[in-house]
Design a protein around this ligand. Structure first.
Ligand code: ATP
Length: 260
């Protein structure tokens, strides 16, 4: 579990995160959503220790990253998998080479053990047989799978994903979402996904944190979001006619929630 408590971050005299508190749960797909410029990236960078908020606590299963030394943050990073926008694969390395990279860099496993682990991860993302291919020879969706295999190679406790669906068609996006969700549950990872993709919000959002103008305005799950009365969240998620209709349909076919 990652707990963010009363985090405030400013650049010069501009406050970008205002006293933000939220919890990202273990074994769940945690989503951060919000408009461009709302502070999502600053929040994620603060959580991974790349930015230093002036106030607050960020606890990784009780360990406060804001109190850690540089070396302690480096150690913590070994427990973190990262999935970058655009996959960020090494073009000159094969699929196998890309997945082997963190194992060679950060473990003292033998070459055979590294190969075994890399093959396991490649199989897990359903890319068996693609080991020898180069990124330029495979589709965007496959590249994303390679990036996921690489991100889980070190068996992370925490997984950060920045816009995992950017540049993918809707069908491939759903497959990537399902894969991230399955992996999260299977390995009990605290997964945090920064996304603009409304299909992801409504499809895999087990714990959704809505950031608006640097404030944490709403927290809930993909079922609760249909009934939100938060105006800014409503405008953001159900901005299109299509999503408005989906919402009307779901709400009118749903049993009243116990809160009503
Ligand atoms: N290093 C920095 N120095 C000054 N201002 C910054 C810096 N990093 C971010 N900001 C400002 O903080 C605000 C929030 O930016 P952030 O990148 O977190 O938004 P975001 O919600 O991730 O947007 P997007 O969805 O477009 O990626 C913006 O106004 C941005 O200009």
């Amino acid at each position: 579990m990652i707990e963010v408590k009363n985090v405030t971050k400013s650049f010069d005299d501009k406050t970008v995160l205002h006293d933000v508190s939220c919890t990202f749960e273990t074994g769940k797909t945690n989503l951060i959503i919000g408009q461009s410029g709302s502070g999502k990236t600053v929040l994620i960078k603060s959580i991974v220790g790349l930015l230093h908020p002036e106030k607050g606590e960020i606890l990784y299963d009780g360990r406060d990253v804001m109190q850690m030394t540089h070396d302690q943050v480096k150690e913590l990073r070994k427990e973190i998998g990262m999935l970058f926008q655009g996959s960020a694969l090494f073009d000159s390395e094969t699929v196998l080479g890309n997945v082997m990279f963190p194992l060679m860099m950060f473990t003292d496993m033998s070459h055979e053990q590294q190969l075994e682990r890399a093959h396991f991860c490649i199989d897990r993302v359903n890319l068996k047989g693609a080991d020898a291919k180069y990124p330029s020879e495979i589709s965007g969706g496959m590249q994303k799978r390679v990036a996921i295999a690489r991100a889980i190679a070190l068996n992370p406790r925490y997984l950060f994903c920045d816009e995992p669906n950017s540049g993918l068609d809707p069908k491939t996006s759903i497959l990537i979402d399902e894969l991230l969700s399955d992996i999260t549950h299977e390995y009990n990872i605290t997964t945090i996904i920064n996304t603009h993709d409304m299909n992801s919000v409504l499809g895999i959002g087990e714990n959704i944190v809505f950031i608006n103008k640097g404030h944490r305005e709403w927290v809930g799950n993909m079922k609760e979001i249909y009934r939100t009365e938060n105006e800014a969240l409503n405008d953001f998620v159900f901005a299109t006619d299509l999503f408005q209709r989906v919402r009307q349909y779901v709400v009118s076919h749903e049993h009243p929630s116990p809160r009503d």
